[in-house]
Design a protein around this ligand. Structure first.
Ligand code: NAD
Ligand code: ZN
Ligand code: ZN
Length: 395
């Protein structure tokens, strides 16, 4: 609770006293949060007022939040998309429900939840078609408002958005029931937090988007939080080879524990190995590093019918595709975008928890270091310096 003032115990604040008293109490709910005031500004730690949950919303006390590259790109202004600032960072988190708004179904005070950075309304065309990873609500996540259109964080009359409608770099947040899933209480929330982004994004990029088949040759470019999970996904899907590419030697070595069968510091260095596999190339190449030159290089190493799956995000001004078109048609290749690993989180998160319980999916090993909330800047510095697979903030 360090640095956070809250009036009474949040879980006990409901419907006690007159409306005026309740309003006064709620006005006093403040939370410490790491925010981005404008693109390029450093992470700033401030106290924000937090409005109570509206219909379909809940107050969550975050316990742990992963440090994903996407939030640092949002800070730098290179994420792509129409981000509205100021915004509370953090979109990979797990916590405890402290209060529920009217109309919330299947979620109660005290429940443990994992959040998904892509909400699922359950009703739109995309959700109905089993593609909740592109739920119509996700078109609005860059704005940082909740699905209701409301901003619950504010200070001095300024409304603060929340990264991916979550804001997991705040100890307390109001989120939508569309953005979370109740999980069992026996696994620590600090273990489960990475299920909010890195794990489904990487695992799903291999299993769902690239559709890795038993015996496939898979190349994973970038062995960070997302890439390690692409390795795990490819291994679980039965790939015969999982070749990892990362300039940081220590990450290549770490990737072997996540299913990589070999590793190289550049795609060029790996090309002979990739081209001399049984069918003369890779069935799938999964891109988790925003390096503009790689897509063209990668497409040339695919077997006919192979796919380049893109999970990496990057500055739209520089991270663009420049790929010869004719081979795409003649060799029946495809380039696939992969949002949260094309994962439907209500199905995927329980599935991943089962794999973890069975010892088939690594979660704890993904976390290199824990940080306090005021160490978010140094935490992202460690990520940039190649020291972390995943850093996790413990609130
Ligand atoms: N599509 C999605 O839904 C989604 C979700 C989460 C993150 N992302 C994006 O995925 C990317 C990876 O995120 P992360 O949190 O794993 O970041 P990360 O920093 O942990 O991993 C990136 C890795 O790429 C490596 N790398 C750098 N240059 C390279 C090169 N030339 N060749 C190969 N590897 C190189 C780095 O050493 C690092 O290990 C980011 O662009 C992030 O914004 C996308
Ligand atoms: Zn992320
Ligand atoms: Zn939907």
């Amino acid at each position: 609770m360090a640095g956070t003032e809250i009036f009474g115990k949040p879980g006990r604040r409901r419907r006690v006293g007159s409306k005026a008293e309740n309003r006064k109490r709620r006005e006093m709910l403040t939370t410490r949060a790491a925010v981005i005031t404008e693109p390029g500004a450093p992470w700033e730690l401030i106290d924000l007022a937090l409005d109570p949950p509206g219909p379909g919303e809940l107050l969550v006390e975050f316990v742990a939040s992963g440090l994903c590259q996407s939030d640092e790109s949002m800070r730098k202004g290179t994420l792509g998309g129409d981000v509205r600032y100021p915004i509370v960072g953090g979109h990979e988190g797990a916590g405890i429900v402290r209060e529920v708004g009217v109309g919330v179904q299947g979620i109660a005070v005290g429940d443990h939840i994992v959040c998904s950075f892509r909400p699922s309304c359950g009703r739109c065309d995309f959700c109905a078609a089993g593609k909740s990873y592109v739920c119509e609500l996700s078109r609005r996540t860059m704005k940082g408002a909740l699905p209701s259109g409301e901003f619950r964080f504010h200070r001095d009359g300024v409304r603060y958005g929340a990264s991916a409608m979550l804001g997991t770099f705040s100890q307390f947040a109001v989120i939508s029931q569309s953005s979370c899933l109740v999980v069992e209480k026996d696994i620590p929330l600090q273990t489960l937090a990475v299920l909010g982004c890195a794990v489904p994004t990487g695992w799903g990029a291999a299993v769902n988007t690239a559709q890795v088949q038993p015996g496939d040759v898979v190349v994973v470019i970038g062995a960070g939080g997302v890439g390690m999970n692409a390795c795990q996904g490819a291994q679980i899907a039965g790939a015969s080879q999982v070749i990892v590419i990362d300039p940081v030697q220590a990450k290549i070595e770490a990737a072997t524990a996540f299913g990589a069968t070999s590793g190289y510091t550049s795609l060029a260095e790996a090309s002979d190995v990739i081209l001399s596999t049984r069918r003369g190339g890779a069935d799938a190449i999964i891109l988790t590093a925003a390096v503009p030159s790689i897509p063209a290089e990668a497409v040339a190493m695919l077997v006919p019918g192979g796919n380049l799956t893109i999970a990496a995000l990057g500055d739209p001004k520089t991270f663009r595709l420049d790929v010869p078109i004719a081979p795409m048609a003649l060799r029946n290749l495809s380039i696939r975008g992969s949002a949260i690993g094309s994962s439907n989180f209500r199905d995927t998160i329980p599935r991943l928890i089962s794999l973890y319980r069975d010892g088939k999916l690594k979660l704890d090993e993904l976390v290199t270091k824990h940080y306090t909330l005021d160490e978010i800047g140094p935490g992202f510095d460690d990520l940039a310096a190649g020291r972390n697979l995943r850093g996790v903030v413990l609130h």
